[in-house]
Design a protein around this ligand. Structure first.
Ligand SMILES: NC(=O)c1ccc[n+]([C@@H]2O[C@H](COP(=O)([O-])OP(=O)(O)OC[C@H]3O[C@@H](n4cnc5c(N)ncnc54)[C@H](O)[C@@H]3O)[C@@H](O)[C@H]2O)c1
Length: 245
């Protein structure tokens, strides 16, 4: 896959899909910085993943903290080649007219502004490193409506907009920007959802099973690799056929 000598950065690296990306990039030879708001989880993921992984506590809603983390990576590791903006929350599930203003703002702040804060710091760092790839974790909710999840859907549709705009802008600057759209994946996020919501999400996919975080991480690693050199500005569902219906 060609990650030897490369430096990768993963947000939400302390759990689920992000933790699986951390492990996979490290196994494929990259030096990986895993960031998460949960210091304990990300430290454990980093320690388990080996010597070429470092965990940092970072909140994606804080643009200064994100910029400082990226500046520290380029100062310490000398470069940044791959960034996976993956941190996210489901947030409050409610009929749209009953969704609280606070819950709406929180989902947008973490899931959408958090990705923007990442891209804003990562793009110049990647250009200065000779080029690389940004993979944003969207969702099938970036390309379809999900009942009772208006804020989540809006935030993930926004991630697609950021991805497309930046993909077009930086196509000649050596930075590819893509999004993955997981369907229902078996992670702590889905395990925390009300059982009937999780069950319905699984039943809606033709595969009739939840995806595994490894299956999403595999797609992310492919998209971040030189094998995907002509892929940019695009959205890639990893959803057991959900969006094909
Ligand atoms: N699991 C699914 O079914 C599914 C489906 C579609 C999309 N996604 C997306 O995949 C991504 C990863 O989800 P997951 O299923 O692995 O969930 P997860 O809850 O297992 O992991 C998310 C991680 O993000 C971290 N995080 C939350 N807020 C943060 C913040 N402000 N700053 C930094 N880190 C923060 C959490 O601490 C957690 O470690 C999310 O963006 C999610 O929306 C997941």
């Amino acid at each position: 896959m060609g990650f030897e000598g490369k430096v990768a950065f993963v947000t939400g690296g302390g759990s689920g899909i992000g933790a699986e990306c951390v492990r996979r990039f490290a196994d494929l030879g990259a030096y990986v910085v895993a960031a998460d708001i949960n210091a304990e989880n990300v430290a454990k993921v980093a320690a388990d993943a080996g010597d070429n992984v470092r965990g940092v506590q970072m909140d994606v809603t804080d643009p200064d903290a994100v910029a400082a983390t990226i500046a520290d990576i380029t100062a310490t590791e000398g470069a940044l080649h791959v960034a996976v903006n993956n941190a996210g929350i489901t947030g409050e599930l409610a009929p749209t007219h009953e969704l609280s203003i606070e819950a709406f703002r929180r989902a947008i702040d973490i899931n959408l502004a958090g990705v923007f804060h990442g891209m804003r710091a990562e793009i110049p760092a990647i250009i200065n490193s000779g080029g690389g790839v940004i993979v944003n974790t969207a969702s099938v909710a970036a390309a379809s409506g999900y009942p009772y999840a208006a804020a989540y859907c809006a935030s993930k549709h926004g991630v697609l907009g950021l991805t497309r705009a930046a993909g077009v802008e930086y196509a000649q600057a050596g930075v590819r920007v893509v999004a993955v759209g997981p369907g229902a994946i078996d992670t702590p996020m889905t395990r925390a959802a009300p059982p009937e919501v999780a069950k319905a999400a699984i039943e809606m996919a033709p595969a009739k099973r939840p995806g595994r975080p490894e299956e999403v991480a595999a797609a992310i690693c492919f998209l971040a690799s030189p094998e995907a050199s002509f892929i940019t500005g695009s959205y890639h569902a990893v959803d057991g056929g959900y969006l094909a219906q």
